[in-house]
Ligand binder design. Sequence first.
Ligand SMILES: Cc1cc2nc3c(=O)[nH]c(=O)nc-3n(C[C@H](O)[C@H](O)[C@H](O)COP(=O)(O)OP(=O)(O)OC[C@H]3O[C@@H](n4cnc5c(N)ncnc54)[C@H](O)[C@@H]3O)c2cc1C
Length: 443
Amino acid sequence: MMLDLFGVGLGPFNLSLAALADSVSGLSCSFAERRPRFAWHPGMMIPGTTMQTSFLKDLVTPVQPTSRWSFLNYLVTHGRFHDFMAARLDCASRVEFADYMGWVAHCLEATAFGEEIETIDHDGTAFIITSASGRHWRSRALSLGVGHAPRIPEFVCPDSNCLHAAHWLDRAPPVAGRRIVVIGGGQSGAEIVLDLLARRTPPAEIVWISRRSGFWTLQDGAFIDQFFTPDYISAWRRQPDSERKLVLEEQKYTSDGITAATADAIYRALYERRRSGRHDVVLRPGRDVRAIRKGPAGQVIDARVAGGGTEQCTADLVVLATGYRPAIPDCLRKLAGRTRYQPDGSLALEESFRVIWDGPHETPFYAMNHGRHSHGIADAQISLAAWRSAVILNDLTGRRVFDTGEGAAEPPLVDWPGRDGANSTNATTAVQRRRIVNTAISD
Ligand SMILES: Cc1cc2nc3c(=O)[nH]c(=O)nc-3n(C[C@H](O)[C@H](O)[C@H](O)COP(=O)(O)OP(=O)(O)OC[C@H]3O[C@@H](n4cnc5c(N)ncnc54)[C@H](O)[C@@H]3O)c2cc1C
């Protein structure tokens, strides 16, 4: 049977696509996940951690609030709506949000678990997909949603005493009485430090190293949220490469800082420790780790210190909270020479999230989480996942199945540089441009 759409991987991004596709009648889809059951970053599911995004920005609500696959319907179905609302949470816990996504993933008929996709090929008219279990699928369109790979510095050889944050809970390394170095000043590093501070049998020492000049908190607020809107993405698309690079750097802490709640919790734990005379935690910002090697007394970490000089410390356990990078999965090797790439190794995308490649236009190939450069800082976040799924489904069906905002009655709040005609001497105002779009749609 020929499918309309096949999704590889079932993280939040392809899951959002599957949940919205479920309401498009006549569309035949299948989504395969290698894990036996849905799981969302299980190695970092530290108790007490919360979402960085509102529960209303779930898999479907921003484009289809009436969908049965919304977080609110999950609460109602599980009899927790009133209890959840009474908790007055801005954001759900990560455990609960993962449970919501798991509920959607296992209720949808189009999902298959325990299917690791091994090869993807194209025979000129369709994608041919094969899993490790020997199953085959044939599909007109493909959506790659396999997530990012842990970023491990090239000088590191991971082992049981040097692991990436992605494996923090599933490897569960012993910490009691050990010297632990956590490298990375972002949210994952912070969550691991907080987890260590809460242990009943504590480590002998915790050293928290960051290349950043300080332990920066996440930038948040109404105007920061404007970067996570479809309007901003459409303006972003019209910005030249040079401008995008500068702006991405400036926006770093809108998604890559430590949440204020986590930073405050760490600070309070440290304050209490110091007040009671314990000085077993060392915070070292401004250190760029250049080497990690095994020495007679443990792992030796060499760092360059901002402003000059080098520094060394020794640990029993090193945790690399060094982030994630876009990766091309092995299953794509047959098509890898036919696709275009960004300088960071991610797939180059068109506005509709189609990968730029030499295959036929009638068989689109979409990629999730490859658009940091082409679509902006929001691409790696859940905030716009539902909107992106809607854009993809409109493109796939050739119809405006979902309202993705082009025809909104209200002009955008911010007249971003790069919006059609902005910055030119005879630029139309945002209000005028909205009127033009609306007239075109009603025509
Ligand atoms: C700890 C953590 C917390 C985060 N919290 C937030 C947050 O609160 N808000 C927010 O907006 N963003 C958050 N993010 C960022 C982002 O939302 C997540 O990284 C998100 O999981 C990305 O979704 P994804 O679908 O691209 O990839 P993933 O979640 O990584 O899912 C990819 C899936 O593909 C599967 N897969 C891979 N290869 C194959 C194959 N060959 N065959 C079959 N299946 C395969 C994997 O098993 C996996 O299940 C967080 C990131 C991390 C690391």
